[in-house]
Design a protein. Structure first.
Ligand code: ADP
Ligand code: MG
Length: 239
């Protein structure tokens, strides 16, 4: 928590203001959506317009939610977790979208992996965003391969390899910039959210890509307990 407090101290006033505004937008948005749904139920013949209104409202909601993750540290709860478990929970959420696009998501994990110290929901968000990008890049179907292993420095590595359209070197440099998107319906916030969350977990994300061949995303996270944390434990300090 100390680390988090220091982080939030560093947040600019503008960032806090923006996060506050985003938060305030959510309530009226929910009420608008409720009334549009009501109108839709009552006004036959105008569904077309009302459906557009609903999907635009959903889009605003989505952007506001992603924005809040970036702009403001959420209440996060770090717990020791098995990253494979998290991935097994996430994959079914994307399976329908994958199957519709002729894509198979495969997972291959080493045995006896160490745990990671993480906020489960945030970690899920990271994997969802990255897997979604992989699916959205694979217009001709194929395989998304997830590999989980321990690297030589006792860190946990999650590698997600897709067979999608790939990213050119010029575009690669722009990844993670807010609102950078090449998709008609994209927000360009997904990767930024991932970077932010992984940074809070003291990890790194590296993206390699070849145009026309596919993209590899490597996430490296410290194992739990890390050597320093063990040291604290020996001294009887609470984590
Ligand atoms: P969005 O998905 O809303 O566009 P992201 O931040 O998730 O926003 O991604 C930004 C951009 O990065 C995408 O529009 C796309 O051009 C590129 N990108 C991200 N992941 C991949 C991938 N696996 N394959 C190809 N391009 C990708
Ligand atoms: Mg995305």
């Amino acid at each position: 928590t100390e680390e988090l407090l220091r982080k939030s101290d560093k947040l600019s006033v503008v960032g806090q203001l923006a996060a506050g505004v985003a938060h305030e937008i959510r309530n009226p948005l929910t009420s608008l959506k409720g009334f549009v749904q009501l109108l839709k139920a009552k006004n036959q013949g105008q569904e077309q317009y009302l459906n557009i209104m609903l999907s635009e409202l959903d889009r605003i909601n989505y952007i506001v939610n992603e924005f809040m993750v970036i702009a403001k540290p959420q209440v996060i709860e770090f717990q020791p977790k098995d990253v494979r478990r998290i991935l097994y929970d996430v994959i079914p959420l994307l399976d329908t979208q994958a199957i519709m696009n002729n894509i198979q998501i495969r997972m291959d994990a080493e045995e006896n992996l160490p745990l990671i110290h993480c906020d489960e929901n945030q970690m899920k968000q990271v994997f969802i965003n990255i897997l979604k990008n992989a699916i959205e890049a694979m217009h001709h179907g194929g395989i998304i391969q997830i590999r989980v292993k321990q690297d030589h420095k006792r860190k946990l590595q999650v590698r997600i390899v897709d067979q999608g359209s790939g990213i050119s070197p010029e575009r690669l440099a722009q990844l993670g910039e807010p609102f950078y998107t090449t998709k008609e319906k994209g927000t360009g916030l997904g990767l930024m959210v991932c970077y932010k969350i992984i940074e809070m977990h003291h990890g790194t994300i590296k993206i390699k890509s070849k145009l026309g061949q596919g993209t590899t995303v490597d996430i490296v996270l410290p194992a739990y307990p890390s050597p320093e944390q063990n040291h604290f434990k020996d001294k009887g300090t609470e984590l």
